[in-house]
Design a protein around this ligand. Structure first.
Ligand code: 1GP
Length: 235
């Protein structure tokens, strides 16, 4: 196993400790025209701190090519956010190593991770263990469909908090609350604040955030990083 550095994670911790609010823009390679990187970078908010690249169903090798294109266009850190092991590539800055804790599907709890480990063992890509929780966003999400799992209901706050905490106790370095791309209802402030209270690790929140008001609400409830995707896709 190569030794990887944890520079990107350390940066997250340091920025969060200075009360900086982080904003990641998610690019789904399947919905993105890789010849439009420059225009894309110019239309995302200047507050953007990270780019996430990933989707639920992305063909092999597409992610790698897109990361390479983006690297020529921006110096923002690029994290891969893969829906499966096939999306892993090594030219990004870090990999969010997701385990879908909310659904009882072993394939996405540990199966894809075992496949990924085989690819990662001789690589130096920074890996950030991520406890990933799918929360009901009011519409069937691609994550639910592809993983064949049910989201946690927003009114079941205790279950969400305990699931996030279990992830942290199992060693997750960040917890990611996901309402699903294109969610009607983003993760509620109540959920964000209760999960934040229970955790000492960074909290990422995404899905259905479209407006500055929703972004600010998520931050003030306790999100350290908010992820926005659909709203910046080209119409
Ligand atoms: C990232 O899936 C989200 O967590 C992105 O959601 O596309 O709804 O912004 P949107």
């Amino acid at each position: 196993m190569m030794i990887s550095t944890f520079a990107n994670y350390q940066n997250l911790l340091s920025e969060i400790s200075q009360n900086k609010k982080l904003l990641a823009i998610l690019i789904d390679p399947e919905k993105f025209d890789s010849t439009s990187c420059k225009a894309f970078i110019s239309r995302i908010p200047k507050e953007t701190t990270h780019l996430f690249i990933g989707g639920s169903t992305v063909p092999k090798n597409v992610t790698k090519a897109l990361v390479a294109q983006l690297k020529r266009t921006t110096r923002l850190p690029i994290f891969i956010f893969p829906g499966d092991a096939d999306q892993i590539c090594f030219n990004a800055d870090a990999l969010l190593f997701l385990s879908l804790l909310s659904g009882n599907n072993p394939e996405y709890l540990i199966g894809q991770q075992v496949e990924a480990a085989a690819k990662l063992k001789n690589q130096s890509l920074e890996i950030i263990a991520t406890g990933y929780l799918l929360i009901d966003g009011g519409t069937e999400s691609a994550v639910a469909r592809v993983t064949n799992t049910s989201p946690l209901l927003q009114n079941n706050v205790d279950l969400i908090v305990h699931t996030a905490l279990a992830g942290a106790l199992m060693g997750a370095k960040v917890i990611y609350l996901e309402a699903g791309s294109g969610a009607k209802t983003p993760v509620s402030e109540k959920i964000i604040s209760e999960v934040k209270k229970a955790l000492k690790i960074p909290l990422i929140v995404g899905g259905g955030v479209r407006t500055t008001a929703q972004l600010e609400e998520a931050y003030s409830a306790g999100a350290d990083m908010v992820v926005m995707g659909t709203v910046f896709e080209k119409k």
